[in-house]
Ligand binder design. Structure first.
Ligand SMILES: [Zn+2]
Ligand SMILES: [Zn+2]
Length: 582
């Protein structure tokens, strides 16, 4: 081993790729008929593809897991040596995959073999020094994968695993996975009857059920309030428009692969809108504007359609039709900073209200060859806006979009996962393409700057993230059903109806359970439905005008609080919770 190699600090990717070697070693020992192919590190772990006739079973994975732990414990050094192409081919005779790789290594490039214990692999390197550096490793699953990702080539078996520098980190990762599974919005969407994707309607298109639509309505109302207070004007634009519009905007040229259509109608071609911007631009362009009117801020809960391959669709977070909390601002360059400040302020208000307190900001600037005179001004405006709120941010120099500099807003959810939500994008390009103008104070026409902004991002995606963030247990202000009234016996049905009617009359979202099930069953059922309050009413409650409040537990393991209070007291408490959004 060279001096430089001995000094080098093993990266997580190198550690995980080393674990892939360890897996192939274990497979060689236990299933010598399996032919190893390739084994890279991936996000959170690694995989290795094997060619083997029999399928790897869960029992096989358990045996491999045990053998891998022995190989790790043996703390084998990873040793490399350079060989000739002929030597490599000879070494892997009988394994056509390795031979193919050896043949394809470009002339002049080093060909190296790496060995741990009694297992040698063809590999270009980038490893831990020893197998003992792997602190925790676990095999996760098996899936089919074609050799070289080509469906005309043999189907291999891909074994996935995860590896970490310590057992504690592995344990934490596995706990997070388990927690993530419990919170999976696709699973909770069914259990809580929030939304569905319907086979007969096609993938990636969301059907919002009544309970999901209630939550969406509350989110929309919250966003609308903010828009109104900050001087946005709602607009509404068509879902289907002539393709001509996307010719002018440049979407047809650069974005056609992601668009649905075209639809031919009376010899004109139409498209489903993939973005709201061109529509808002047409409204701006419909008449002349003076500098005195700027900034103009048009907002729309605009539904857009984008083609995504069926393989990448995922619940609410990767879809083909979605509604953005979209807005476009038309302003003078000197107004950028104020508008950015307002946008950042509103983003913070939105994120905090929905329980996201860990927010990250990411500024991307345009690549050098696209930059114009106004780029530094816009970047400066964004930086000053962020600094004004004491916000730390990362910068990706030159990594920004074609249009202009851009700010991405990411949040971490209750279990520490990062999600991208809002984007605020400065645009110097579309105003020019559409030849937008305003009459300046100098009496001359100027081109306005545009800001595109969506803070929640898409209603679908935002809802999916909310479901996972709260694990389906929405706080009372957001819960589709805030309380359910459960009579103990049929004798209290009348009183239960009065209680429900009174609460509904005050604007609360209330269910009434008149079923014939046993009380214990009913309470369990509503707790599984994660309703914040179950109000049990029996003989005593009916006589006293009270309700027995069963509060949803803070965690599934703990018992929720129980208490009997007057209906008026309960309403007061609930009102406070809703108003405080707590
Ligand atoms: Zn390797
Ligand atoms: Zn836009």
């Amino acid at each position: 081993m060279s001096e430089a190699l001995a000094d080098h600090q093993t990266s997580l990717a190198e550690l995980r790729h080393t674990a892939a070697h360890v897996l192939a070693y274990a497979v060689q020992d236990i299933f010598p008929d399996a032919k190893p192919t390739i084994g890279p590190a991936v996000e959170n772990g690694f995989y290795y593809d094997f060619d083997r006739d029999a399928a790897f079973t869960p029992d096989d994975l358990a045996r491999l897991d045990a053998r891998m732990k022995e190989i790790v414990a043996a703390n084998y050094a990873m040793t490399g040596r350079e060989v000739t192409r002929e030597e490599a081919i000879a070494h892997f005779a009988g394994n056509p995959y390795k031979v193919e790789i050896a043949r394809e290594i470009p002339e002049g490039e080093k060909i190296t073999l790496y060995t741990i214990g009694a297992f040698t692999d063809l590999c270009r390197g980038g490893h831990a020094h020893t197998t003992g550096e792997i602190g925790g490793v676990k095999l996760m699953s098996v899936a089919g994968a074609y050799w070289r990702g080509d469906e005309r080539k043999p189907m291999l078996q891909r074994i996935y695993g995860t590896a970490w520098p310590s057992q504690a980190e592995l344990d934490a990762y596995l706990t997070q996975l388990e927690e993530a599974h419990k919170r999976d919005h696709r699973k909770l969407g069914v259990e809580l009857d929030l939304f569905s994707v319907e086979e007969d309607a096609g993938g990636g298109l969301i059907f919002w059920h009544p309970k999901g639509a209630v939550v969406r309505g509350i989110v929309e109302q919250f966003i609308r309030e903010g828009l109104r207070e900050r001087g946005y004007q709602p607009v509404v634009t068509p879902h289907v428009v002539s393709e001509r519009l996307y010719e002018i905007s440049g979407h047809l040229e650069n974005y056609a692969d992601s668009m649905f259509g075209p639809l031919d109608v009376e010899e004109q071609r139409f498209r489903l809108k993939p973005m709201n911007c061109p529509g808002h631009i047409l409204i701006y362009k419909n008449r002349l504007h003076s500098y005195r009117e700027l900034p103009l801020r048009f907002s729309e809960f605009g539904t857009v359609y984008r083609y995504e391959r069926s393989g990448v669709l995922h619940g609410l977070t990767r879809v083909r039709g979605f509604t953005q909390d979209d807005a476009h601002l038309f302003c003078m360059p000197e107004q950028l900073q104020f508008e950015f400040e307002q946008t950042v302020d509103e983003a913070i208000r939105l994120m905090n209200a929905f329980g996201f307190t860990d927010i990250e900001y990411f500024l991307s600037t345009r690549e050098a060859k696209l930059r114009g005179d106004t780029d530094p001004l816009a970047e400066d405006a964004i930086r000053k806006a962020l600094e004004r709120y004491g916000i730390a941010y990362d910068v990706d120099e030159g990594g920004g979009a074609f249009y202009g500099p851009k700010l991405d807003i990411n949040v971490r959810d209750a279990i520490g996962r990062k999600w991208q939500l809002g984007t605020v994008q400065v645009d110097f390009v579309l105003p020019k393409r559409f030849d937008l103008k305003y009459r300046g104070s100098d009496g001359v026409d100027h081109t306005p700057v545009m800001i595109h902004r969506a803070l929640a991002g898409s209603m679908e995606r935002f809802f999916g993230i909310l479901i996972e963030h709260f694990g389906g247990a929405f706080p009372a202000w957001l819960a589709p059903v805030q309380a359910v009234v459960v009579p103990i016996s049929e004798h209290q049905i009348e009183y239960a109806r009065t209680v429900a009617a009174e609460l509904r009359g005050h604007g609360f979202r209330i269910d009434l359970d008149e079923s014939n099930e046993k009380l214990g069953y009913k309470i369990r059922h509503w707790k599984m439905q994660k309703v914040p309050y179950v109000l049990v009413v029996g003989k005593q409650e009916a006589a006293d005008g009270t309700v027995n409040v069963n509060e949803r537990a803070a965690s599934p393991e703990s018992q929720g609080e129980k208490r009997t209070v007057s209906l008026a007291t309960f309403m007061e408490e609930l009102t406070q919770k809703v108003e405080a959004r707590s």
